[in-house]
Design a binder for this molecule. Structure first.
Ligand code: DGJ
Length: 722
């Protein structure tokens, strides 16, 4: 609940509180963010803070929204320049309290407009604190929507120019979290194409550490999520961890300012690198949301809060994620009606539920150099159109899905020949292609409208149940009709387009892909049901990628792939058990060239897919604990447990080991201490029985070698169902 005892406002969550207050001069100050102590949790609301504690803090440190000018000479959240007739512009922002309201479930700037239900729909409270710069009649409303059961606040800004001067917003971080004093450790997720979301943990030295995107989309180099803890004061399952994530898929930046007085503040929002926007008199702007919260049980606790929040409140709710087959690794651009039908027949026999036709099915698209933008069926690949394949897929008992990449165009396409001005470019300068393609200018509404027309036509003419929405290049020469605003306007256009399509086709499921996992964030998550996590499907590489993904994003949104025994990207050979066990940690998919499987392998695929269907409710909706991470013992152990502790599944992956070593036993979590659990493997074979107490104290160990011969001696796995 949000307690309004103006001038103090308290957000009382399940395990943490957040507080802000207005000082005597009308400044909005941070008043604390900490755990609710066990002794006071039952009476948290009856023992509110006094608000006096932070009075001794210098107001400049405590500002909830530090603006350039006024008290600041440090990093700021907002920098606005007001035009002043013939005089020099004024860049001194003085925001003072003008009022507040406690509303129902207000919409945040990045909330989807598709109208699809989320799993939990009960209203939440939103506190809106209105701040005003009196000299320029400029209003900034700081909005906080609170989800107490997950200890998460979404914060965004609503700005409106009531004055007569043009206001140019040069810097806008709508997240500005004063973490407080201490020595701090930062955990964030970094990577590159095919090595996305790797966990990076570092001590913050004095100075500024930044992570960002300059690519027009979320990017693979860094992911917009962070976890902060005081050094040595938190671990997997213990200690306080402050976390934050942006619900935004354009150019973003997060920076962490660690000062010599040990004060740390985190900022998150639009990347000021080449980005600004102007608000003319009467104009307004709402930012996307920044999600943040406090875990009292370590990094795992932070992840579980984010997962729960995303499952309940962000992801469009469509029940269980299906088992998907995608033909990309099998047939690449060489798709034909015959080869897709052949793959579909085997996929269906293995238990696949959705068959997805990837790139190469449209217009002149027989390689990466032509056809993007022309979204009609290729006569070369499908002489009789898509209908025969769709019908065959349905006859086999599956649903049909298809790949598109709407934001792009190949210069060798009819669309580009008709509208060469529709791409990002600077007049008179070269238009550099990447993968033979250019980016459409989503600053132009006519582009977004055109795409809506063609994609909705595609969906209307074919029974398409699933769309893989790809985005395969980063921006260069990003000249747009909307100038420097393109760095967030592209994202807004994508959201608008997706929302409109989802509104019109509510039964179509979407998968977000961007050359793998380059656009994974909470904003996109409100529009897609799952993400193509990476183009790297090597099982051992995936363990690390998925571990990082799991820090910030729910397993049900993580598409995972079992592919060929000899991996396409790394050339490594992995056992079928390893490939399945890793891929079963999220939404299971298969990308193997099924035409090469032996009958025995098909039988094993069938058994494992059937097993996955018996545990997917736990993987997709249960609480997830990372019991061991690769960095620790070269082993990764995850547990998924039902909310009522009646069932759990534990997945072990050993990446490398020394002979005679035994992986330290991993005590399980979240079970019922008094209950007796039976551990079974994917064939239903019983391994042992143990009480919840034993499992949660002594844990489950892994002995080497196990599971019979291993194809090559790196990597093995086991998944146990309790
Ligand atoms: C990049 C994606 O990440 C791949 O999965 C595949 O869809 C290709 N694009 C198709 O061009």
């Amino acid at each position: 609940m949000i307690l309004d005892t103006h001038p103090l406002f308290q957000f009382l969550g399940k395990t943490s509180f957040y507080a802000i207050r207005i000082d005597g001069e009308g400044r909005l100050l941070h008043a604390g963010h900490g755990p609710i102590l066990a002794t006071s949790s039952d009476s948290a609301s009856s023992a509110p803070m006094t608000g006096g504690y932070f009075v001794r803090e210098w107001a400049g440190n405590s500002l909830e929204l530090p603006g350039f000018g006024d008290l600041s000479n440090d990093e700021v959240a907002l920098k606005i320049s007001f035009a002043k007739g013939g005089e020099p512009p004024v860049r001194d922002l003085r925001l003072r309290y003008a009022g507040h309201s406690l509303a129902g479930d207000a919409r945040s700037g990045s909330d989807p407009d598709h109208g699809l239900p989320t799993r939990v729909r009960s209203p939440r409270q939103t506190l809106k604190v209105e701040l005003f710069d009196a000299l320029f009649d400029f209003r900034v409303t700081v909005c906080y929507r609170f989800t107490p059961e997950h200890d998460i606040i979404e914060r965004w800004l609503e700005m409106k120019n009531f004055g007569s001067s043009v206001a140019t917003v040069e810097q806008c971080f709508w997240g500005a979290l004063p973490a407080g004093h201490g020595t701090w450790e930062l955990t964030h997720l970094d990577g590159f194409w095919a090595t996305e979301t790797h966990i990076n943990r570092e001590i913050l030295r004095f100075g500024t550490k930044s992570i960002e995107s300059r690519t027009i989309h979320t990017g693979a180099l860094h992911n917009p999520a962070f976890f902060l803890n005081r050094t040595n004061r938190a671990g997997f399952d213990f200690g306080e961890v402050w976390f934050g994530a942006l619900a935004f898929s354009g150019n973003w930046k997060m920076s962490f300012h660690a000062r010599h007085d040990l004060f740390l503040r985190a900022f998150a929002g639009y990347n000021p690198y080449d980005c600004e926007f102007s608000l003319s008199p009467g104009a307004s702007h709402s930012t996307p949301a920044f999600l943040f919260g406090l875990s009292v049980d370590g990094w795992n606790g932070a992840s579980r809060r984010l997962h729960g929040f995303q499952r309940d409140r962000i992801l469009p709710f469509v029940g269980d994620r299906p088992v998907v087959y995608n033909s990309w690794e099998a047939t690449s651009f060489g798709v034909t009606e015959t080869n897709q039908k052949n793959l579909a027949a085997i996929a269906a026999s293995l238990g696949v539920e959705v068959f997805v036709l990837d790139d190469g099915w449209f217009s002149s698209r027989r390689n990466a150099e032509a056809g993007l933008g022309d979204w009609w069926v290729s006569k070369d690949a499908f002489p009789d159109g898509l209908a025969p394949l769709v019908e065959e897929v349905e006859r086999l008992g599956m649903k049909f899905g298809i790949w598109i990449e709407p934001e792009m165009v190949n210069p060798d396409s009819e669309l580009y020949r008709a509208h060469p001005e529709w791409v990002l470019h600077y007049p008179g300068r070269p238009r550099t292609e990447m993968r033979g393609q250019l980016i459409l200018d989503f600053g132009r509404q006519e582009v977004v409208d055109y795409l809506y027309g063609t994609i909705s036509e595609l969906l209307r003419t074919h029974r398409i149940y699933y769309i893989k929405w790809d985005m395969n290049r980063t921006a260069s020469e990003a000249g747009s009709v909307v100038g420097k605003e393109i760095w967030f306007r592209h994202c807004e256009g994508v959201y608008r387009l997706l929302d409109r399509l989802r509104r019109e086709f509510p039964l179509v499921s979407f998968q977000g892909c961007s050359a793998g996992g380059s656009r994974v964030d909470a904003g996109m998550m409100a529009r897609v049901d799952e993400f193509w996590t990476s183009d790297n499907t090597d099982a051992l590489c995936r363990v690390a990628i998925q571990e990082g993904f799991n820090y910030a994003y729910a397993p049900r949104a993580m598409s995972c792939w079992v592919t060929d025994e000899r991996n396409d990207q790394t050339g490594r050979v992995s056992s079928l058990a390893l490939r399945f066990d890793v891929a079963m940690r999220g939404a299971l998919g298969i990308g193997t060239n099924l035409l090469h499987l032996s009958e025995k392998e098909k039988e094993e695929y069938r058994e494992r897919v059937a097993f996955y269907k018996t545990i997917r409710h736990l993987v997709q909706n249960g609480d997830c604990y990372r019991l061991a991470e690769l960095a620790e013992h070269q082993a990764s152990v995850w547990q998924f447990v039902a909310g009522d502790a009646s069932e759990a599944v534990v997945s072990f992956v050993v990446a490398s080991h020394r002979t005679a070593q035994v992986l330290p036993a991993c005590p399980l979590k979240g079970l019922d201490a008094g209950a007796v659990y039976t551990a079974k493997d994917y064939r239903g074979e019983t391994f042992f029985q143990a009480t919840g107490r034993e499992l949660m104290t002594l844990g489950v160990g892994v002995r080497f070698p196990q599971d019979g011969p291993i194809l090559i001696d790196i990597g093995f796995s086991r998944t146990l169902h309790l």
